[in-house]
Design a protein around this ligand. Structure first.
Ligand SMILES: [Zn+2]
Ligand SMILES: [Zn+2]
Length: 438
């Protein structure tokens, strides 16, 4: 039986791969206009880095990480031995922890320096049950800003994310931006306790997971998807009443900047992002129509304590990530097709086999001039070559025939207007580029 791709993975076929490339380049361009530069971190890291950075009690670290074992480490485990820290490796389940690790390792934010503004795109890995729009290997685009606590950075991040989605083609009217403040070490512990007490008081009405979370990570229970839990938890204490003065001022400033930029938002005092490390601003962008209950297409938040938890000096930070696969579903729902169009500018046809070598030479000269060109490689008749050019949606066809070639010319045909003329071989690339509007 033929081997298939592993469960929960998907090949990005040419059209999807082109869409991924287009979106990555769009991100480079848009985030670049806000001063963000690309960074690439390894696809696997020491497991401890994720455990410390993301948090042991999260699903991501607790249940969903793919472990990476070298042959030696695997043998050690089989023999009942213990692995050293640098043998305990995992595929990255998200991008933030690695970027923060890299910033610390290379001291990208020395004291007094301007913040490091970094962006990344690439595959992430989570060993969860595959479902629509949720894969074990998925693709994310993200940005992180380290070294500044000012609310203007939070606002800039959110505006940048919204602009990206708009430019990608998600209609503004079909997006909902949700924001909240999760407080900080000063005010969150008391809030956390009040949520824990609420869960314990309503324990019999809530699912096992919520009850378990009361002890490990009570705020995560607010994110429970169980409809019965949702109803009960709607009455749970909200953080807006619990924020300390600093956190409240920070949150108000972020909102004022968003208002200034004309960005609409909905405040949800129960919005908690899945990971332990968030402080202050958190945000999520949802698609209103077309994605069902899995409607979040991106989100992020501030993580001022994360750097310390991976062993660095205190460095405030904020970031977001957006999922390529979810975004593609949202674009599909909006009728936007990325990655389409012809991948060919010119098809080079030869009238018969005697002109094959001459036509190969013309083809190569077009490619060397930077024109996307291709030809038949299966000895098709001229008629079949035209059919193929049609199928490949080539806007132009060059026909290489003996008489014209003798005079140093070929025939250039515009497939839309059906107009054709003879062009000298030297001038062909220029003539082609002229017709393509370059
Ligand atoms: Zn629940
Ligand atoms: Zn606070």
């Amino acid at each position: 039986m033929a081997v298939k791709a592993p469960r929960g993975t998907a090949d990005l076929l040419p059209q999807e791969a082109r869409a991924w490339d287009q979106l990555s380049r769009l991100a480079l361009r848009i985030f670049g206009s806000y001063g963000y530069e690309p960074i690439e971190t390894p696809i696997f890291e020491q497991t401890d880095m994720f455990t410390r950075g993301i948090g042991e009690a999260t699903d991501v670290v607790g249940k969903e990480m793919f472990q990476v074992l070298s042959k030696n480490a695997y043998a050690t485990l089989l023999e009942g031995g213990k692995l050293a820290a640098d043998q305990r490796l995992s595929l990255r389940p998200e991008g933030t922890a690695s970027v923060v690790r890299a910033v610390q390792e290379h001291n990208l934010v020395p004291s007094g320096a301007a913040p490091a503004k970094l962006m990344y795109f690439g595959p992430m890995f989570r060993c969860e049950r595959p479902q629509k729009g949720r894969l074990r290997q998925f693709h994310q685009i993200g940005a992180e800003c380290l070294g500044a606590h000012e609310p203007s950075v939070d606002a800039e991040m959110i505006i940048m994310l919204m602009r990206f989605f708009e430019k990608a083609g998600v209609p503004r009217s079909n997006m909902r931006l949700i924001i909240n403040s999760m407080g900080d070490d000063n005010c969150r512990p008391a809030y956390r306790d009040s949520v824990r007490d609420f869960i314990l008081a309503h324990g019999s009405e809530l699912c096992d997971e919520c009850n378990r979370r009361a002890h490990t990570n009570p705020l995560r229970a607010l994110d429970c998807k169980n409809p019965a839990c949702k109803q009960v938890l709607a009455a749970a204490p909200t953080i807006d009443n619990a924020l300390c003065d600093d956190c409240r001022a920070h949150y108000e400033a972020v909102k004022a900047y968003l208002d200034m930029a004309g960005i609409e938002y909905v405040e949800d005092p129960h919005l908690v992002r899945g990971l332990d490390y968030y402080t202050n601003t958190v945000f999520e962008v949802q698609v209103i129509d077309g994605l069902g209950s899995q409607n979040a297409i991106g989100g992020g938040g501030r993580y001022d304590k994360l750097m310390e938890s991976v062993g660095g000096k205190p460095t405030p930070g904020i970031g977001f990530a957006l999922g390529f696969e979810r975004l593609m579903l949202a674009l599909e729902a909006a009728g936007v097709q990325l990655g389409g169009g012809s991948n060919l500018d010119v098809f080079v046809a030869c009238v018969d086999a005697s002109m094959r070598a001459a036509s190969f030479k013309v083809l190569q000269s077009l490619r060397d001039a930077g024109v996307r060109a291709d030809a038949d490689h299966q000895a098709r008749s001229l008629k079949s070559q035209f059919k193929l050019a049609d199928k490949l949606a080539a806007p132009l066809v060059v026909v290489v025939g003996p008489d014209e070639f003798e005079r140093g010319e070929v025939t250039l045909r515009d497939m839309a207007s059906k107009e054709q003329r003879n062009v000298s071989i030297e001038e062909l690339p220029t003539a082609v580029k002229g017709l393509l509007g370059e």
